[in-house]
Design a protein around this ligand. Sequence first.
Ligand SMILES: Cc1ncc(COP(=O)(O)O)c(C=O)c1O
Length: 389
Amino acid sequence: MTERYIAPTYKRQPLTIVKGRGMFVWDSEGRRYLDFVAGVAVCSLGHCHPEVVKAITAQAKKLMHISNLYHIQPQAELAALLAKIAPNSISKFFFCNSGAEAVEAAFKLAVKHAKKGRIITMQGSFHGRTIATVGATWKHSYREPFKALIPKVFDFVPFNDLAAVENAISEQTAAVIVEPVQGEGGVNIPSDDYLPGLRKICDENGLLLICDEVQTGLGRTGKWFACDHWNVLPDVITMAKALGGGFPIGCMGAKEEVMESFSPGDHASTFGGNPLACSAAIASVKTMQRLKLPERAAKMGRYFLKRLNELAEKHECIKEARGIGLLLGLEMKEKPIADTVVAKARERGFLINCTADKVLRFVPPLIVEPKHIDNLISELDRIIAEVKK
Ligand SMILES: Cc1ncc(COP(=O)(O)O)c(C=O)c1O
């Protein structure tokens, strides 16, 4: 059915998932899997968290959609909640439906605010698949077929290289966009002076600093936002993935004086910030607060990384284990090995994925327990030993 009716834009695993609960999902044959992908870093509370399900059900019975022609109670409530957990600089929010839309909104805001049109972006970055966001995304194969459409306003510089940013600044530069930790690019963590250095460069040159926290945001790295690890206050922040607890929602937050550059009509979204999505997000954020999930991600992440490092020491085909919180990667030396490990893990009841060609990426729900991590590590240990033979 998928091949017959769905656009061929995805390379899918041979699996149809029909049910999820907590750390587990089930396929159409009734087989259970321990999920270390979490819908690509989305289901931070695990699958179908009862609080989120309850909020969606209650709101669905009340009002699902109304449009931004009117005030929307859950939207304002969610914004007030986010203002409490976001970096101190961020106090106003625009809601949309995905990560790419959040980044698009950030670009429009930056250009309107600065009255300039160029943006510095990083090699290895991923910001989405819409025309502007794919233009700011590093991977050549994502951009090349669409280059006729892509605006030539993005200046790429190596990640974790402050001098390169300084050299790339021109009269026309409006902003610098950075993932504080690169996710799709292979779980790349910058050195400790990088984010503070970017902040300083932006201040000295009157540029906006946009932190794309679509993947890293909302507890994934062990703090509410990854930029919190370096106490850096961005001018603009983007989030999506974990925000709705599995329900689609994106958000662009900004400093008040920056957001005030937008006037009515400058940007809009029919569905953005609708009551259903916002209710899901309120329940999701409140449950994360109650369960102290950022702290939990930090603790579980330390344990997980320690166990991944044990594997890396034992198996020659592993180049490196790295990561922060529960955004972790195990870089294999060769792509075919990484692909085989993903397939074999799936056959044995574990969902993991591979990014940047050969980096096994682990982004489990933040409710993951040591026993789940231990189960995965034992299985990976066996699989890698077999694959090597
Ligand atoms: C850092 C970052 N920005 C933007 C996006 C795009 O988000 P979406 O797929 O929801 O459009 C992603 C998705 O992986 C991401 O990791």
